[in-house]
Ligand binder design. Structure first.
Ligand SMILES: [Zn+2]
Length: 285
């Protein structure tokens, strides 16, 4: 019976991952934004959406990311129906939420799940930049907090993939409050011996950088990912100085100790599995 459920779950994730690909710029062969080379779609899919010419890591959808990470049939989504309302009746917000849901098939900018990474049971959350730039709504903060608490209660390691434009301005103070809420949940998780790996993907900015994305026991990043609080233009205008080459990119942050390792997408799964193993986390069933 378990085998039937596992097969169904695998099928569901594969379908959702496929939909991720169709609702993004990856649906057509388009020139690579970094090197300008047009790579055939099939080649790009085989390379996990990394440009084979220059190594540019295309943003990918949350389900797609989970399908690359988790063992076949192990995926189980949590709080799938938890979504944002429009608490302040912000003009145009409700309509935009509907449009984003229809276009992406997501209910919010984060997907949270439990699954296995090379046999190690893990709680995983993935932000998706196609949905309001992966911005932190009250629902995103709530889903991330519930995931952290789920990991704590079930003694699972936690992995969060961030990709975010920051706070969701349409939800004002309720959005900003999620920074404190998620950070406090991580503190409680950590005190109970929880193990958390934060993975920064392009772009991770604003309130997400200033909260859970920066609080990992280990922080990894995808090559070339832009990571920061304010964007480079804002900083440049504020301090009136030219910023160094590669400022706020993953490699620069690794050199300066903010990121532990820059890990290409092709090696992400095995790297995460190795870290879980080294730290004795995610007991094999
Ligand atoms: Zn390229």
């Amino acid at each position: 019976m378990n085998g039937v459920f596992a097969k169904r779950r695998q099928h569901l994730l594969a379908l959702k991952a496929m939909r991720d690909g169709q609702s993004s710029h990856l649906a057509r062969s388009a020139p690579c934004p970094r090197c300008g080379e047009t790579v055939p779609r099939r080649e790009l899919v085989q390379a996990r959406h990394v440009c084979p010419k220059c190594g540019y890591h295309y943003p990918i959808g949350a389900y797609h990311r989970l399908s690359l990470l988790l063992d076949a049939g192990s995926f189980r989504e949590l709080d799938e129906r938890l979504t944002s309302r429009d608490p302040f009746h912000f003009p145009g917000y409700a309509g935009k939420l509907d449009e984003s849901r229809a276009r992406t098939g997501l209910s919010e900018a984060v997907v949270t799940a439990v699954g296995a990474v090379e046999g190690r049971k893990t709680a995983v959350g993935v932000l998706d930049s196609r949905f309001f730039m992966g911005s932190m709504s009250a629902a995103v903060g709530e889903k991330v907090t519930r995931l952290i608490e789920y990991a704590g209660k079930n003694k699972l390691p936690l992995i969060l993939f961030s990709a975010s434009g920051g706070a969701r301005m349409q939800e004002g103070i309720l959005s900003l409050m999620q920074m404190a809420k998620t950070a406090a949940a991580l503190e409680r998780f950590s005190r109970k011996g929880g193990f958390y790996i934060s993975v920064l993907t392009d772009p991770t900015t604003g309130g997400v950088t200033a909260s859970f994305a920066s609080l990992g026991d280990i922080t990894l990043a995808e090559p070339g990912a832009l990571v920061g609080f304010a964007g480079p233009r804002v900083i440049q205008q504020t301090i009136g100085q030219t910023l160094p080459e590669g400022f706020q990119r993953a490699e620069y942050l690794e050199e300066h100790g903010f990121v532990d390792a820059v890990v290409p997408r092709a090696q992400m799964r095995e790297t995460l599995a190795r870290l879980l193993k080294l730290h004795g986390k995610g007991e094999k069933p």
